[in-house]
Design a protein. Structure first.
Length: 131
């Protein structure tokens, strides 16, 4: 995924990043890979000081990263019937609940465990009535 790397300063920003000299003009942007842009934003650059020892505005790093595209498109869709503990995909939510209760009981807190027992009991009785 690509990203825009903005320089929100009124001065051009130049930095040596991974062996390349990167310059971003004031109030403009360059495009980079998103992961590289985040690393670029997080790197420390030395501060230039004036004769009184005060930092100059030219050395202020005012970098902002703006992802290109819709970030929702990069979200991995998960199967709702997949056990997140072991990765097993089951046929229904009821089977998933039964699997979690039988195979991963330590993952349930005591309140959830008693609620799961009630729900499983209700499911078994409702399945028995329909036959």
């Amino acid at each position: 995924m690509k990203a825009k790397v903005w320089n929100d300063n009124i001065y051009p920003y130049t930095e040596n990043f991974k062996g390349d000299v990167i310059t971003i003009e004031p109030n403009s942007f360059i495009e980079m890979d998103y992961d590289e842009a985040v690393m670029f934003r997080g790197t420390f650059s030395s501060i230039i000081r004036d004769a009184d020892g005060q930092p100059t505005q030219q050395s202020w790093k005012k970098i902002r990263v703006e992802p290109l595209g819709n970030p929702v498109d990069n979200v991995i869709k998960s199967d709702p019937n997949k056990c997140l503990a072991c990765g097993k995909v089951l046929g229904s939510q009821a089977e998933l609940a039964q699997h979690i209760f039988n195979e991963h009981p330590a993952m349930l807190d005591p309140e959830s465990r008693s609620e799961a027992v009630e729900n499983l009991t209700k499911m078994k009785t409702s399945q028995g009535k329909g036959r």
